[in-house]
Ligand binder design. Structure first.
Ligand code: HEM
Length: 347
């Protein structure tokens, strides 16, 4: 009996019971009861509780050996760099790309670098998966596209949850190495802009920042001028006989258009007849999730920035938090939001 607790309404009685137990505790059996506390436990319950415990567990602790697993003899041992894990994943390159600039290296700069690099890798996969979804939409295979979009949502969760790690960076720690990366800022992330363009937040002005980086410029321009994921979906709907107007589909995709009542009517008919439009309905909801997840990411970024640098200007030259807050009003798929006001409403 490693632990014994005694609860008794009457303090005097409790004290005498405890002393009786102390007397009974045989030194030979090495039981020692110790009265550790007299705890008032509320008016409705017992007036006092006396806790007594045996400070040596009766059951001796049995140390267990650390479990061991021997490698199986079929495991490959004759590995060369071009056929092994390290070679395939190019880990020599990947793991040597975290180079703190602080001198001597500031402990927290590693967190800062890895946090950005991991985000860039996930963004790369999001762009890749959206590319897959677009190919399926073009081939009129909507259920397959929905699968890619499900993956995008899971990646977005990773991107979002990542902020918790960076939230452990304090303002004083950040201030100690902030100077080393000069004007570098996430604002300059080309992949982030490509993703925004792919989701329909087109802005030609953004191209100007990449004039000195022709390889990125080309990719950004392509994303700017191509139909967005949402427009690909509308094209699919049109091919399937839904009344998406031509002026929405045949236009300069590098500019953002105004919401169109005819498109909203198409979306409404999907929601109101979801049984016959299941994959279309699922796609609408997947797009809505993706847009909201993006906003949640933006919001958490803004709050992380606020707690680390307050209202200082950003290293990229913007007003910082004030600038980031403005992005919280931007919607990728406004028609998908507007249709919600109409669904179920009396006409
Ligand atoms: C200590 C951590 C961070 C701070 C203090 C910070 C600060 C800022 C600030 C102030 C801006 C506005 C532009 C500027 O003037 O620089 C910005 C933009 C941006 N940052 Fe961060 N950031 C941090 C971490 C990250 C991380 C981990 C990512 C992930 C890739 C990221 C991605 C971005 C992006 C994409 C923008 C552009 C947002 C937009 O255009 O609305 N940031 N950041």
């Amino acid at each position: 009996m490693p632990f014994l607790s005694l609860i008794e309404r009457d303090e005097t009685r409790a004290a005498s019971m405890a002393s009786m137990m102390l007397c009974r505790a045989s030194p030979l059996r090495r039981f020692i009861f110790v009265v550790t506390a007299i705890v008032p436990v509320g008016t409705a319950g017992p007036k006092a509780a006396i806790l007594a415990y045996n400070d040596r567990p009766v059951t001796p602790f049995v140390s267990e050996k650390m479990k061991k697993r021997d490698p199986e003899n079929t495991i490959h041992a004759d590995l060369s760099r071009d056929s092994d894990y390290t070679g395939y994943l190019q880990l020599d390159r990947l793991l040597s790309a975290q180079v703190p600039l602080s001198e001597p290296a500031h402990h927290d700069e590693m967190l800062f670098i890895i946090q950005h690099q991991v985000a860039e890798l996930w963004i790369k996969l999001v762009i890749h998966e959206i590319g897959g979804a677009v190919r399926f939409m073009r081939a009129d295979q909507l259920p397959q596209a929905v699968k890619n979009l499900a993956r995008v949502r899971h990646i977005q969760s990773q991107l979002y949850n990542q902020w918790k790690v960076l939230d452990t960076l304090t303002p004083s720690e950040y201030a100690e190495f902030r100077h080393v990366f000069g004007r570098a800022s996430g604002f300059q992330s080309a992949q982030y802009r490509i993703l925004e363009f792919t989701l329909g937040n087109k802005n030609r002005k953004m191209l100007g920042y990449y004039e000195h980086q022709p390889e990125w410029y080309e990719q950004l321009e392509k994303a700017l001028e191509s139909p967005s994921l949402y427009e690909e979906f509308l094209m699919y709907l049109a091919r399937r006989g839904m009344a998406v107007p031509r002026h929405v589909l045949e236009r300069d995709f590098s500019v953002v258009r105004d919401s169109d009542p005819e498109v909203i009517a198409v979306l409404r008919s999907i929601y109101e007849n979801r049984g016959e439009n299941w994959s279309r309905y699922e796609t609408c909801e997947a797009l809505m999730d993706i847009a909201n997840n993006f906003q949640f990411w933006r919001f958490h970024h803004m709050k992380t920035v606020e707690r680390i640098i307050g209202h200082k200007r950003g290293t990229g030259g913007s007003s910082g938090v004030t600038f980031l807050k403005k992005a919280l009003d931007m919607e990728f798929f406004p028609e998908l939001l507007q249709v919600r006001t109409e669904i179920g409403a009396d006409d």
